[in-house]
Design a binder for this molecule. Structure first.
Ligand code: PHE
Ligand code: ZN
Length: 881
């Protein structure tokens, strides 16, 4: 464990290093338990730095086994080595010098999966954010950039492959069956982008010719025998490379681009220069084992990591406070890519659903923090949905405010001005100001103020004057450490939809700046008047989700229905349908909470069913309309004193009412949305499957029998249909013989495929109701479960705590006690994984008092017994905030 536990790092304390690192030369002699790392580092003292200042290098659980200064043994009184630092004194005033640092590390014993570790017999590394310091003593911070030369020496039979960043220099054989390979990465980079992989893997190869005509070798390495499952990833990679050239003008810059899939990985994937390392879940796919969602994720994550080559690697972050500079921007880029490859409105709906279900609760709870935080205790805990997804939304708003062309100019300026540098959010924003002449000073509050802004609107139409007046107010709720907020610059895209479905074009707008259809809110209150409006319009607000805000506007159901029918912005049509359904979902939950009979007036469902049956609309969109807000969404809307059982019961009642009202339509959809020919993962085919499966769910609810899903399970010729049928069976009829048969058949058929068994764990972990906990505990004993593998833990324990509201939030608190046990045990091996699981408690204060008290007690226990800085940081903030 690190010994700096508890220290808080502040953005305001940033200062450059005293020494400049010129070059890095690393030699690894790989051994499972005793890998020797020799680091030759050339430094010089920065101009103006105190000549007596020592060089301080970071370490984490290291032991020094040798130190040379300019090739000579260093006198012991000139340095101090501890597990977490190497301090070297009496260094030259100006001239460059070389340190040769030798450390011996144990990859086999590395269960944190940070630094150099072993995964299924493969050596691999993970260095972001602070993993490099577990390999050697180093100035391990993102503003220290240098070119790297790497030599890897290993047993040849066990490790025919020796990979690192950059271009291959050469290799050869050594004594005792060993061999070596050397790599050189000419692009200066920070240590967090270093990677090494060694072992025996299969490869899929291809090539790509860049826009300037250079040929790049593409290689994806996977376990032997899994090569055919990497074909889609390769295709996604080539499309990403092409798209980045066409849309952002960015070309790849090395002779080779490699991806390695590993089965033990804490996150999704990592953008190491020229050598991305992936969680195999985001590489491997074929129709028999991957769902449509898996394919879409693979495409997005391959793109994301590739796009980091320019946004993250060529231009990196000055310090970890600037994390959104690479992550928010790169998420924005991968969203745009997926929107271009698939359906833009459907992609936008999925993004917003995700933002609302993950980021909004974070922003409204004890772990809320700005997109660019100004302090942290453990940086691993800031790879959050706020930094990533809200960070992407902030970039999107810049594009909305500036317009497409000026946004592009700003991006070009950013690439030109900061290539090869470690930049800040201010540098980024300045490029858009300089390229557009627009002041983004107030806008920059989006980076610094946490919390989701609430925008409240009232409307008054004057028929005689033909004017519409809007009173618009904004507030940003208090968040930990930020009691008072300033008004934000909110770009609010809106449309005035007239009774005949057309969109009114106002003669004039007064009270706020308007560019195109975007109203710029900058004050706490605006009175905005539109003139020349022929009749009372319905208000379509926040079109395409132009800002990540909550809009409060009391819209008449008839107006929502009008928008659901006529808006040209498809996102807004979907939003209107959701807004029509929400009151029914909330009322039903409240009735269940009071123990009253649930009464449902299903007239709201007319608009939804009309969209579902409309052949003019794409099936994926129609499926989105049928997917009601989740139980977590309803909990958020209710805003406190929540009883997950009541929310579940209310939602079930609404689903049943819709299922009955739309019985005919759902039957037709099941019959007509059938596959044409062999399975293809393309977006249009996936949309048809999504619509048919949504209809199948409603039919099953209406008919209340496992027969339909059992039949679908038997007939399925792809994993999307198979997993969906199994989910319906398990979640709706957990004790039915059909369900038991299907679960056993699935387990037997996919016993050799851990990623598919993960789906089996996840489906069972999310079966609603209080029986879930016993089921999860039983599954932990299953021979396929492995507590050391993050994917297994996330599929079983993670799915239970994050995605099973009734099962986890059992009224007797047993779910919380279980989580506390899990956290404490997992923390001893893998603190990052444990800390992330614990964020499932972030909304505990929204629970009704009985559950909230039990949740608090479990958190207090974790706080008392926790070991790691990672978990301690999360538990302290969760209890305090
Ligand atoms: N930087 C990775 C990404 O592309 C995420 C990551 C962070 C991976 C930390 C590993 C460790 O989003
Ligand atoms: Zn990223």
């Amino acid at each position: 464990m690190r010994t700096d536990t508890g220290r808080i790092i502040h953005l305001a304390d940033y200062r450059p290093t005293d020494f400049v690192l010129e070059r890095v030369d690393l030699t690894f002699e790989l051994d499972p338990e005793a890998t020797k790392v020799e680091a030759r580092l050339i430094f010089h003292r920065r101009d103006g730095v105190d000549p007596a200042a020592p060089l301080v290098l970071d370490g984490d659980e290291l032991t020094l086994s040798g130190l040379l200064f300019d090739q000579m043994e260093m006198a012991p009184e000139r340095y101090t080595a501890t597990p977490d630092a190497l301090v070297v004194r009496d260094l030259p005033e100006t001239s460059p010098f070389e340190l040769t640092i030798t450390t011996i590390i144990n990859p086999q014993a590395n269960s944190q999966l940070m630094g150099l570790y072993r995964s299924s017999g493969i050596y691999c590394t993970q260095c972001e954010a602070e993993g490099f310091r577990r390999i050697t003593y180093f100035p391990d911070r993102p503003d220290v950039l240098a070119p790297y030369t790497i030599t890897i020496i290993a047993d040849k039979a066990a490790n025919p492959l020796l990979l690192s960043n950059g271009n291959y220099l050469g290799g050869g054989n050594f004594d005792e069956g060993r061999h070596f390979a050397a790599w050189f990465d000419p692009h200066p980079k920070p240590a967090y982008l270093f990677a090494l992989v060694a072992g025996d893997l299969g490869v899929v190869e291809d090539k790509f010719t860049t826009m300037s005509g250079r040929e790049v070798a593409l290689k994806i390495y996977v376990e032997h025998g899994k090569e055919s499952r990497a074909a889609y990833a390769m295709d996604a990679l080539k499309r990403s490379m092409k798209w980045d050239e066409e849309v952002f003008g960015r070309e790849y810059d090395l002779d080779i681009f490699m991806i390695v899939a590993v089965s033990d990985f804490n996150m999704g994937a990592m953008e190491n220069k020229g050598l991305n390392v992936f969680n195999d879940k985001y590489v491997l796919a074929d129709p028999e084992t991957a769902t449509d969602a898996d394919y879409a994720n693979i495409e997005a994550i391959i793109a994301h990591e590739y796009f980091h080559n320019w946004t993250g690697n060529r231009i990196t972050c000055r310090d970890w406070f600037q994390l959104c500079l690479k992550e928010g921007l790169t998420v924005f880029r991968d969203h745009e890519f997926s929107a271009d490859q698939r359906s833009r409105p459907v992609k936008r709906i999925a993004e917003v659903r995700h933002l609302r279900s993950e980021q909004f609760p974070e922003d409204a709870g004890p772990l809320a923090h700005p997109v660019r935080p100004d302090k942290y205790r453990e940086i691993n805990n800031f790879y959050t949905t706020t930094v990533y997804e809200k960070g992407s939304e902030v970039t999107r708003m810049i594009a909305t405010i500036l317009g497409r062309d000026r946004f592009k100019k700003g991006m070009d300026l950013y690439f030109e001005r900061h290539d090869g540098e470690a930049a800040t959010v201010e540098d980024f924003v300045r490029c858009f100001e300089d390229a557009s002449g627009r002041d983004l000073g107030q806008f920059s509050l989006w980076y610094n103020q946490a919390g989701t802004p609430h925008v409240t609107v009232t409307a008054d139409y004057d028929a005689a004057a033909k004017t519409l007046t809007l009173e618009i107010g904004q507030t940003v709720p208090p968040t930990p450490g930020q009691a008072h907020k300033k008004p934000m610059h909110i770009p609010l895209d809106l449309a005035l939809v007239l009774e005949d479905g057309t969109i009114a074009v106002p003669a004039s707008v007064d009270g706020a700046e308007m560019t195109g259809s975007v109203l710029h809110l900058k004050e706490a209150r605006h009175t905005v008047t539109f003139t020349g409006i022929p009749s009372r319009p319905a208000l379509s607000l926040n079109r395409s989700f132009s800002a990540p805000i909550v809009v409060r506007y009391d819209q008449k159901p008839a107006d929502l229905a009008l928008i659901a029918r006529h808006e040209t912005d498809l996102f807004s049509r979907w939003q209107a349908i959701t807004d029509l359904a929400l009151p029914a979902l909330k009322d039903a939950a409240l009735a269940a909470r009071k123990g009253e009979a649930i009464q449902i007036d299903v007239t709201f469902a007319d608009a939804l069913l009309a969209v579902a049956a409309d052949p003019a609309l794409e099936p994926a969109f129609r499926a989105q309309a049928l997917a009601l807000p989740s139980e977590a969404d309803i909990a958020r809307e209710l805003g406190g004193d929540n009883d997950p059982d009541a929310i579940h019961a209310g939602r079930e009642a609404v689903l049943t009412a819709i299922a009955r009202a739309g019985a005919d339509a759902f039957r037709t959809l099941c019959d007509t949305m059938t596959a044409e020919g062999a399975y293809s993962p393309d977006a249009a085919s996936a949309g048809r499957r999504a619509l048919r499966n949504a209809a199948l769910l409603y039919r099953t609810i209406a008919e209340d029998t496992p027969a339909l899903a059992a039949e679908a399970f038997a007939k399925a010729d792809n994993m999307t249909d198979l997993a969906q049928a199994l989910t319906v069976l398990a979640h709706r009829f957990p004790e039915a013989p059909e369900t038991h048969a299907a679960l056993s058949a699935f387990e037997a058929r996919f016993a050799e495929n851990a990623l598919v068994i993960d789906k089996w764990f996840q489906i069972q972990a999310t079966i609603p109701g209080e029986g879930a906990l016993a089921r999860v505990m039983r599954l932990k004993e299953n021979r396929h479960f492995n507590e050391n593998n993050p994917n297994r833990v996330r599929s079983l324990v993670g799915a239970f705590v994050f995605s099973n509201p009734t099962g986890f939030n059992r009224a007797d608190g047993a779910g919380y006690r279980f989580l506390a046990e899990e956290i404490l045990r997992i923390d001893a091996k893998n603190p990052q994984l444990a800390a992330r699981l614990l964020t499932s408690m972030r909304s505990w204060r929204q629970l009704e008092p009985g559950r909230a008290e039990l949740a608090r007690a479990a958190l207090v226990r974790v706080e008392r017994e926790v070991l790691s800085n990672d978990v301690r940081d999360i538990v302290d903030r969760t209890l305090k905030g």
